[in-house]
Write a protein that binds this ligand. Structure first.
Ligand SMILES: NC(=O)c1ccc[n+]([C@@H]2O[C@H](COP(=O)([O-])OP(=O)(O)OC[C@H]3O[C@@H](n4cnc5c(N)ncnc54)[C@H](O)[C@@H]3O)[C@@H](O)[C@H]2O)c1
Length: 322
């Protein structure tokens, strides 16, 4: 992965003929339009609803009708929705072509664009259709973050806190300087280093799911942005199983980053339904939880689902309406 400035973004475009770009980026960054004029550009409306088989098929047909070949490399420019869809197009087009990505949201720069998990949503749930297909290059450009709206930026910060518990280097960078290019790169490199050892989430990669087990169920029950849900998922799993000291670190990090997301009561039935549908719950009735022991030290602990549900009801009951 490479940090580049905006002038380099513009010159990089020369290297690619086939491009998928988030429509908002296309409209916001007029400087990108002249170099895109003679390219084959699919502008994509980046909503969860549009991260669909329909949009995926449309993009495939668009590139095929424009004579894309197996030697071509696709460039994807946008946030996590666009990189998930664009990477999946690359993974399957002509049985797989190379792709590279310029992530344009904080969440995509530190997380979603790294590690090759690509795909679209099914009508039965998020990210249920997809593959693993690593990008050739990830280009990080800080300038894109200047136009993110507050909610999308804060969603990225929600996911960022997770890395502070996985890597003490990230923790120190947040406590020293808040969000900088170095911090973004540090998170991205941390994720890449894990993925390099375990692309298909056999074991090591599971640590990246810290905060996600409860987070996914909260995201679906409350319909809130992904990073905000991860923030809550992390906060609640720490409240359940981490020491007071670790919980204090979480509070320090939150105030350092200026985060105080409102949640409101979570409807228990909806939450439980989504928790039990989570693809990470193994068929044996056990669930892998990522638990924080110290900053930079987590462990994967397998618990019986019934025990986990009991613990949630006992320790977190004030967050739910039953
Ligand atoms: N593949 C993975 O490993 C992985 C990991 C985490 C999340 N995800 C996925 O990422 C998605 C969320 O992605 P996200 O939070 O990056 O954002 P997003 O792609 O959902 O974009 C959010 C909004 O910001 C707009 N936007 C994007 N860049 C902008 C910019 N620079 N300036 C102004 N507006 C901009 C988009 O058009 C959109 O309206 C979810 O679908 C989630 O499932 C994937």
């Amino acid at each position: 992965m490479k940090t580049i400035n905006f002038e380099q973004v513009i010159t990089k475009l020369d290297e690619y003929k086939y491009i998928i770009i988030d429509k908002n980026i296309y409209e916001l960054y007029s400087e990108l339009r002249p170099p895109l004029t003679h390219k084959v550009v699919y502008t994509f409306i980046a909503t969860e609803r549009n991260k669909s088989l329909k949009a995926y098929e449309e993009a495939l047909e668009f590139f095929i009708s424009n004579n894309i070949s197996r030697d071509d490399e696709l460039l994807v420019i946008g946030g996590g929705i666009t990189s998930d869809l664009g990477g999946f197009v690359a993974a399957t087009l002509l049985r797989g072509i190379n792709w590279s990505v310029m992530p344009t949201t904080l969440l995509a720069q530190i997380d979603a664009s790294i590690g090759g998990k690509v795909g679209v949503n099914s009508s039965y749930g998020k990210n249920l259709i997809g593959n693993f297909h690593l990008p050739q290059a990830v280009y990080l450009c800080e300038k894109f973050l200047t136009t993110l709206d507050k909610a999308d930026y804060e969603s990225g910060l929600g996911e960022l806190i997770k890395y502070a518990f996985l890597s003490d280097e990230v923790y120190k960078l947040i406590m020293d300087k808040k969000v900088t290019n170095d911090l973004i790169k540090c998170c991205a490199e941390y994720k890449q280093s894990i993925v390099d050892h375990d692309l298909r989430e056999g074991h090591a990669r599971k640590v990246l799911n810290l905060g996600h087990t409860l987070g996914h169920a909260i995201e679906r029950a409350k319909d809130i942005p992904h990073g905000v849900a991860v923030y809550w998922g992390l906060k609640l799993i720490l409240e359940m199983y981490a020491t007071k000291e670790i919980n204090n670190y979480f509070n320090d990090l939150s105030s350092r980053l200026g985060l105080s997301f409102e949640l409101g009561l979570i409807d228990w039935n909806t939450f439980e339904k989504h928790l039990l549908k989570d693809k990470k719950i193994v068929a044996s009735g056990k669930i892998d939880l990522i638990l924080v022991e110290e900053i930079g030290k987590v462990q994967i602990s397998s618990k019986r689902v019934t025990e986990f549900i009991f613990d949630i009801k006992e320790k977190l009951h004030e967050y739910f309406s039953f």
